[in-house]
Ligand binder design. Sequence first.
Ligand SMILES: [Zn+2]
Ligand SMILES: [Zn+2]
Length: 376
Amino acid sequence: MKTKAAVLYEMGSARPYSTSRPFVIGELTLPDPASGEVLVEIAAAGLCHSDLSVVDGSRPRAMPMVLGHEASGIVREVGPNVNKLRPGDHVVFSWIPVCGRCSYCAAGRGSMCEPGVQANIDGTLLNGARRFTDSNSRSCSHHLGVSGFSNFTIAVQESLVKIDEDFPLDRAALFGCAVVTGVGAVVNTANVKAGNSVAIFGMGGVGLSAVMGARAIGAYPIIAVDLVDQKLALAKEVGASHTINATSEDPVDAIKQLTSGGAEYVFESVGSEKALMQAYAATRRGGTTVTIGLPAPDKMFSISALSIVAEERTIKGSYMGSAVPSRDIPRFIQMYQAGILPVDKLHTHTLKLEDINEGFDRLADAQAVRQVISYT
Ligand SMILES: [Zn+2]
Ligand SMILES: [Zn+2]
């Protein structure tokens, strides 16, 4: 079948993208779903900073590629040996396929799935396949098993989580990356408890979701750090008790003052080693620093080696919120439905696929939180 898609042929295009147009809108061909595969009609797909990291070349991937890893849709066709899904099912994509058989999956750590992460690096589905072909017969890579910037996509069933049919699909998409990553970092990776002090660097979709998660479980204070006042205002709306604009005051000093010496849990969702060092410095002795952002692969992080022992510090990485997607996506949706996670506040723009280049300019200029491409 044919599908309309936005294909990235080259990384590192000049800004503005509205002029260089790194995404080319075109028609791709998809075969019938093979064994274990599912054809999904995408309903909504969010523009995430990790997509931008591929566009600007800081996180290189196999080109050409159909990007987009935060998406929801409706199952239209299933291949042989698909036992978990049927046509008509509504789904959210998990951007790490969870094989269910490797040692990590067996230990309940789906976000570390070994063959899943390898397929993502290779730009293939979990089964090693590439299913998109462009009009010049070029095969296009998949992005994290999702490829939401296409009206239709093929995914393996291990990349899909079924959700209730009455849940709005444009809202559902955000649970696949921003919400599961941010809320998961707080409730899974860090296991923050009520009354713990929390600080969060970076108020993008993930950082704001971490604020919501911290608020949901009763952390206090919840200190949000960013460089943009508008984002800090949004942080207050979703549950931050205090905000710090790091352009006008030193965030480390300010956090230490608000928490008598440092927060028990400090999250870094900026993706810069400088912010990570600040997050570490703003963590209390005996506390935990959690890093969620993705710095460029050549960046190093330098701290006092002694401080880890003498101050009993913990540094934790959080990848996709240490999530078990089939457990966490439905439960975070339930929390949203109960009014505990104000996810609506993340959704700042709705776009057509054709407006994707302009959308990535807006994201790069920090003028948007979540822009969602709607296919309906
Ligand atoms: Zn993402
Ligand atoms: Zn696995």
